[in-house]
Design a protein. Structure first.
Length: 410
C-alpha cells in the first residue's frame, strides 16, 4: 500500500480510536478532522501482537510489514534504572515491527519533557508513547498533539490531561497491596497476640500519579493491624505527604530514613519493617538501616522494580522483597495497542488474547483531572524474594552470576 493512502487511513482510524480514549475524544479531535470515522476495511497492518509473554523481543520476521509511521517515545529519566529498560524495549519493539522511532529522556525535568514532546510533534510523529514526569504538567505539549490528532498512550504513569488516549501500566494498587500483604505475612501479624511490631513508611513522588496507588494499596493491607495495635508507626508519619519522596530520589529517602532513625529509634526501640514503595527509595532506606539502625534484628524492607542493586541487597538479606514488573511485557502490550489504534480497531478487552500477556482491561480505576475514566490495560505484578530469584532468570531478562547476583540482560 502506498504510504500516502496508508497515511490517510491512519488519520481516519486515529479519529475513530480517539473517540473512546481517556477524555471521551471530543477534545482530542481537531476542528478540521476528517468527517468519516469508519475504520478502514483493510490495511496492510496486522494488529495481532504475536510476541509471547516469555519472548520479550518482537521477532522481526513476524513483525507487521512496515506498519509505517513514526512513534515518539518520551521517557522521564535515565537516572532511575527501570526507564532505561523501558526505553530500550519500546524502541526495539517498535523498530522490529517496522516503525520509525524517536526516543528521548527528559532528565526528570518537566519543561524538558514538554520540549521533547513538542519537538517530536514538529518531527511529524504519528503517535506518542509517554511516561510522564508529572502527570499534570504536559498540557501545552498535549494540546499540540490533540490539534494534530496524534494519539497518545500514557505509558506506565497516567497523564491527567484528557488528550491522552489510553493507558498501559501494571495494576498499581495491587503493587502496593502485595507490599503491605508481604509485611503482614512476614511479621505474622494475624497471630501477633499482644505483641506490637514497629513500622515506618516511605512513599513515592507526589507528581507521579502511580505513587498514591502504591501507597493506598499498601496502607489498605496493613490498616487492620494499625487499627488493632499489632502494628505501630513509631514516628507517627503516615500521611502520604509526610512520607512522600519527591523525584523518587534515593538520597531523599536516605536522608529522611536517617532522620527517623535518629529521632525515634536511637533509644533502642526495635524497628521491624519499613514499607518502601519502590526500589530507588528502598535503596536509600536500606542504606540508612544498615548504617544508622542500632538494633540487630532483620528489618523487613519492601521494594518494587527488580533494580540490580536491590536484587543484590535481596541476595545479601538487607532488602526483603521487591514487586517485579516485567517491563518488556509492558512494551509488548504497548506496541500491540499502538498497532490496534493505528489500524482503527475498537480498543477493548477483545484485544487482550492477541497480546499473549496476562492483563486486565480496566475502564474504572483511572481518571483524568477532568474526571473522565481512562481505558487502561493493566499487567500483573509479582512478588520476588530471595527464594524465587530464579523466576527472574527464567524470563530471560536476567542472568545469575556465580556469586548468585543477578544482572539484567539489557
Ligand atoms: C513506576 C515505578 C518506578 C517509579 C520510579 C513509577 O511510576 O511505576 O516502577 O519505581 O515510577 O521510577
Amino acid at each position: 500500500m502506498k504510504r500516502k493512502l496508508l497515511g490517510a487511513l491512519l488519520s481516519t482510524a486515529m479519529v475513530a480510536s480517539l473517540a473512546v480514549g481517556c477524555g471521551g475524544g471530543n477534545d482530542a479531535a481537531p476542528a478540521d478532522a476528517p468527517a468519516e470515522t469508519e475504520a478502514p476495511a483493510e490495511t496492510e497492518t496486522p494488529a495481532e501482537a504475536e510476541t509471547p509473554a516469555e519472548d520479550a523481543t518482537a521477532d522481526a520476521d513476524d513483525a507487521a510489514p512496515a506498519a509505517g509511521g513514526k512513534i515518539g517515545i518520551s521517557m522521564p529519566t535515565q537516572s532511575l534504572e527501570r526507564w532505561n529498560r523501558d526505553g530500550a524495549y519500546l524502541d526495539e519493539q517498535f523498530k522490529a515491527a517496522g516503525f520509525e522511532t524517536i526516543l528521548t529522556y527528559s532528565d526528570d525535568k518537566t519543561e524538558q519533557q514538554v520540549n521533547d514532546i513538542q519537538n517530536m510533534l514538529a518531527d511529524g510523529v504519528d503517535m506518542l508513547v509517554i511516561a510522564a514526569i508529572d502527570g499534570n504538567a504536559l498540557n501545552t505539549a498535549l494540546e499540540g498533539a490533540a490539534e494534530q490528532n496524534i494519539p497518545v498512550i500514557s505509558y506506565d504513569r497516567l497523564i491527567l490531561n484528557d488528550a491522552a488516549s489510553y493507558y498501559v501500566s501494571f495494576d498499581n494498587y495491587t503493587v502496593g497491596k502485595l507490599q503491605g500483604e508481604y509485611i503482614v505475612k512476614a511479621l505474622d501479624l494475624e497471630n501477633a497476640g499482644d505483641k506490637t511490631y514497629n513500622i515506618e513508611i516511605t512513599a513515592g513522588d507526589p507528581a507521579d500519579n502511580n505513587a498514591t496507588y502504591f501507597y493506598q494499596g499498601a496502607i489498605d493491607a496493613i490498616q487492620p493491624y494499625l487499627d488493632n495495635g499489632a502494628l505501630n508507626i513509631v514516628s507517627g508519619q503516615k500521611d502520604f505527604d509526610a512520607v512522600a519522596t519527591p523525584g523518587w530520589k534515593t538520597d531523599t529517602a536516605l536522608g529522611r530514613a536517617q532522620n527517623v532513625l535518629s529521632s525515634y529509634y536511637a533509644d533502642g526501640t526495635q524497628l521491624d519493617a519499613w514499607l518502601c514503595s519502590n526500589d530507588s527509595t528502598a535503596l536509600g532506606v536500606t542504606q540508612a538501616v544498615t548504617s544508622d539502625y542500632a538494633g540487630s534484628n532483620t528489618v523487613v524492607i519492601t521494594g518494587q522494580d527488580g533494580d540490580e542493586a536491590n536484587l543484590k541487597n535481596i541476595v545479601d538479606g538487607t532488602q526483603t522483597m521487591t514487586v517485579y514488573k516485567n517491563v518488556s511485557n509492558e512494551s509488548v502490550v504497548t506496541l500491540a495497542l499502538a498497532k490496534a489504534i493505528l489500524a482503527g480497531e475498537s480498543i477493548d478487552e477483545s484485544l487482550i488474547p492477541s497480546f499473549g500477556i496476562e492483563c486486565a482491561f480496566d475502564t474504572e480505576s483511572y481518571e483524568t483531572s477532568a474526571g473522565n475514566k481512562c481505558p487502561s490495560f493493566l499487567l500483573v505484578p509479582n512478588v520476588i524474594t530471595k527464594d524465587n530469584l530464579q523466576d527472574l532468570v527464567d524470563t530471560g531478562l536476567y542472568t545469575m552470576g556465580d556469586d548468585g547476583y543477578l544482572s539484567a540482560t539489557n
